[in-house]
Design a protein around this ligand. Structure first.
Ligand SMILES: [Zn+2]
Length: 267
């Protein structure tokens, strides 16, 4: 069923579920007006390529096989016919779809997401990226837009996950998410948009990659006209592709182990 014309996924690298320790008004609003959970399990090892890979490819990292060195040094995107990204699934079903990936950590763009399928790929620091994302939303009204902000993870590595600096940066990215949502409202598409905010992993002390609770559990906040007002008991980051394809009425890939979280949608 095609319930939405637009899906926007805002990913905040290294945010875990640390929003609980700060104000994060947009994350809290998204959860309150839609569905939310602090129990979204990421891929383990809890490193970026493993986790973003699962979020965009609908399988565990043992299956997609991506890791940071692999996608950073890749001469071409690592997605394959056997393990495509959700972008490819949308493109195959919707030739006219407008697709965008705005990722601070550029290996997601050049080392993961397919070339030649009409995905607008941009990179830059979080603030300049946010400016361009808002313009893109207003001008292009994307069918699916993926965003990766990186500054929260940087603050975690530098100052510690859960530190004042890490939490302050999380609030800055929360404000970026709010600006992006407001751009949807300004563009007149918010009614037909599934809007989601999440993280790839958290962190413990000044790193991540293992399976402590602080690293492996992330938040997910999801709002849209058919989203139940509820707390989701459990989901995984690899479930996002199933959510995205369901929202747009696009088939899943047969190799995916990506599932709709129980109770997320009313239809
Ligand atoms: Zn990361």
């Amino acid at each position: 069923m095609n319930n939405y014309k637009h899906v926007i996924l805002v990913g905040i690298d290294g945010a875990g579920n640390f929003y609980r320790n700060t104000t994060a008004p947009m994350i809290r609003r998204t959860m309150a007006e839609g569905a939310g959970t602090d129990m979204c399990l990421t891929s383990i090892p809890s490193d970026s390529a493993q986790c973003w890979g699962s979020m965009l490819m609908g399988v565990s990292c043992r299956i997609h096989g991506l890791h940071n060195d692999k996608i950073s040094s890749a001469k071409a995107p690592c997605a394959t016919d056997e393990h495509p990204t959700v972008f490819r699934m949308i493109r195959d079903a919707m030739p006219e779809a407008t697709l965008g990936s705005f990722s601070n950590w550029n290996p997601i763009n050049y080392g993961m997401i397919e070339n030649g399928i009409g995905v607008t790929k941009q990179t830059g620091d979080d603030e300049s990226l946010c400016d361009r994302i808002c313009e893109y939303v207003k001008n292009e009204k994307p069918t699916f837009l993926f965003i990766q902000f990186d500054s929260v993870d940087g603050a975690g590595h530098c100052h510690g996950y859960g530190s004042e600096q890490h939490l302050d940066q999380l609030n800055i990215c929360d404000a970026y998410a709010e600006r992006i949502y407001n751009a949807c409202v300004e563009a007149g598409i918010s009614e037909d948009t599934l809007f989601m905010i999440t993280a790839d992993h958290g962190g413990f002390e000044r790193g991540h990659g293992t399976d402590t609770d602080e690293e492996k559990w992330v938040f997910a906040a999801i709002m849209g006209k058919t989203v139940n007002h509820t707390t989701l008991q459990y989901m995984q980051v690899k479930d996002f592709p199933a959510i995205i394809t369901h929202a747009l009425g696009v088939p899943d890939h047969p190799a995916w182990s990506s599932h709709l979280p129980e109770g997320l949608f009313s239809e």
